[in-house]
Ligand binder design. Structure first.
Ligand code: NAD
Length: 501
């Protein structure tokens, strides 16, 4: 561990503080392995201090008028826009994705911040007048208290921004635990949030790994946990935090299928597929990682391979890069191991990205576009989420066969159909058991007026992040039934039935 590099701070009760822990991890640039900073694995006392600050701040924050809350997010979105280039540069340095893609990562989070600024029209209750004689019933959507968020490495800007802006805009206070692999851009976004006017204690940040996550799951003063990450960890978090009586939402792993019908627009389909399979080095939860070619569309494979082969593998900071490095050497080792397993299990390796070498970045964790055909559902490369630029191609005779194949996979995060047939698209949308469905759209991540969702192994909990669903997640509905008497009204007789008249 290097001691010369800057240390990532905690945010506790409005102060950016150095952790007192003895356990630190290096944050490295995935293209060079240069150590950029070190991140603390914070102590139990530091988690306690963060939750206690959030608990205390909740007392006044929950009463802060909606317009005041809203204006902080108006200011915040402006600050994010002004600092976009710097945020993207930090993100690329620690995560590896290309600079334009890093801006996209920040931008998709920024959209949630913009939406949080309109919380006034989102956090509304319902009102029914005169449900019985002079009786009205209405609902209040009140904040629930201290909420926590645990985020993954692959979108270190967007996913934290899925969480704390909407939680705080709805009147809650927050404790964030960013990914320990790339927390620097997250911290810069947190600094900007403080600059935008989020009061002390309302937003707090702790760093760490499994112990910190377990501490969050168990803490009695945390009322809700939002998690985004892999399926095994998300399942653990869901069970542990639910057991402790919390609301929990977990968005988890994926194996996203694209189904290509032979009547699809070939040019547009192939371009969309290449971008969504290999962009961000396949480290997107919505990357297409399994392709089902239906009928004659199977003849498109050579053309797909030709286009994929042309992608430029290089550091994310270099102009013209299509594919940056994987996050760590361990991730590279895992992905290349799975590719080898695919070969051993009999899949045909049409394109092998393992021998890629990137001049000037010899230590980078690079793998080029990799394409397997003849993949069957029993193979490890199909069963496991590879999280690298590796595409598994399968075949089906009919649309129904393709739908059955997709629905038999344990994951249900995203999918897409490419076709010119409205009937085929409609049949697909109705019968597919997947959260996000694209029709001629390869990465159908919903804009923030809707909510991210997921099906089967990709999601636990009823309500998704951002959009209207998260307003429900971060608020408690109170139903009020009221009756007001006229001052001079005479009291009637005692009524022992349940009806209000
Ligand atoms: P991860 O599950 O390894 O880590 C996520 C978080 O959990 C991190 O903050 C990490 O510190 C913590 N964690 C890791 N191991 C833990 C353990 N044993 N116990 C408790 N906490 C632990 O995920 P990752 O590798 O950072 O991210 C990639 C994964 O996230 C992929 O599976 C991807 O599909 C998924 N993802 C899903 C979505 C979605 O919306 N469905 C979005 C982005 C990423």
């Amino acid at each position: 561990m290097s001691t010369q590099v800057p240390s990532v701070k905690l945010l506790i009760d409005g102060e950016f503080v150095e952790s007192k822990t003895s356990e630190w991890r290096d944050i490295t640039n995935p293209a060079t392995q240069e150590v950029l900073a070190r991140v603390p694995f914070a102590t139990t006392e530091e988690l306690e201090a963060a939750v206690s600050a959030a608990n205390e701040a909740f007392k006044s924050w929950r009463k802060t008028p909606i317009g005041v809350r809203s204006r902080i997010f108006l200011k915040y979105q402006q600050l994010i826009r002004e600092n976009m280039k710097e945020l993207a540069a930090t993100l690329t340095a620690e995560q590896g994705k290309t600079l334009p893609d890093a801006e996209g990562d920040v931008f998709r989070g920024l959209e949630v911040v913009e939406h949080a600024a309109s919380v006034g029209t989102l956090q509304m209750g319902e009102y029914a007048n005169n449900v019985a004689g002079d009786v009205d019933t209405y609902t209040l959507r009140q904040p629930i208290g201290v909420c926590a968020g645990i985020t993954p490495f692959n979108f270190p800007a967007m996913i934290p921004l899925w969480m704390f802006p909407m939680a705080i805009a709805t009147g809650n206070t927050f404790v964030l635990k960013p990914s320990e692999r790339d927390p620097m851009v997250t911290m810069r976004l947190v600094e900007l949030a403080v600059e935008a006017g989020i009061p002390r204690g309302v937003l707090n940040v702790v760093h760490g790994g499994p112990d910190m996550v377990n501490g969050i799951c168990d803490h009695p003063d945390i009322k809700a946990v939002s998690f985004v990450g892999s399926t095994p960890v998300g399942t653990h978090v869901y069970n542990r935090a639910s057991e402790a009586g919390k609301r929990v939402q977990c968005m988890m792993g994926a194996k996203n299928h694209a189904v290509v019908m032979p009547d699809a627009n070939k040019e547009q389909t192939l371009n969309a597929l290449v971008g969504s399979c290999f962009g961000a080095a396949g480290q997107r939860c919505m990357a297409v990682s399994a392709l089902v070619l239906v009928g004659e569309a199977r003849n498109w494979l050579p053309e797909l391979a030709r286009r994929a082969e042309k992608l430029n593998v290089n550091a994310g900071t270099e102009d013209g890069t299509d594919i940056g490095p994987l996050i760590t050497p361990q991730a590279l080792e895992r992905v290349t191991g799975l590719v080898q397993q695919g070969v051993s299990e009999g899949a045909k390796l049409v394109l092998d990205g393992r021998d890629v070498s990137v001049r000037g970045y010899e230590k980078g964790s690079f793998i080029g576009p990799t394409l397997f055909s003849g993949v069957t559902p029993d193979m490890a490369i199909y069963r496991e989420e590879i999280f690298g630029p590796v595409l598994c191609v399968l075949e089906a005779e009919t649309l129904d066969e393709a739908i059955d194949l997709v629905n038999a996979n344990p994951n249900g995060n995203g999918t897409a159909i490419f076709t010119r047939s409205g009937a085929a698209a409609h049949r697909f949308q109705e019968h597919i058991d997947v959260g996000q469905v694209g029709i001629n759209v390869p990465i159908p991540v919903p804009v923030p007026y809707f909510s991210f969702t997921g099906s089967r192994g990709s999601k636990l909990g009823d309500l998704g992040p951002y959009g209207k669903q998260v307003v429900q997640f971060y608020t408690q509905t109170k139903t009020v039934t009221s009756r007001w008497f006229d001052e001079d009204e005479q009291v009637g007789s005692v009524n022992t039935t349940i009806n209000l008249r």
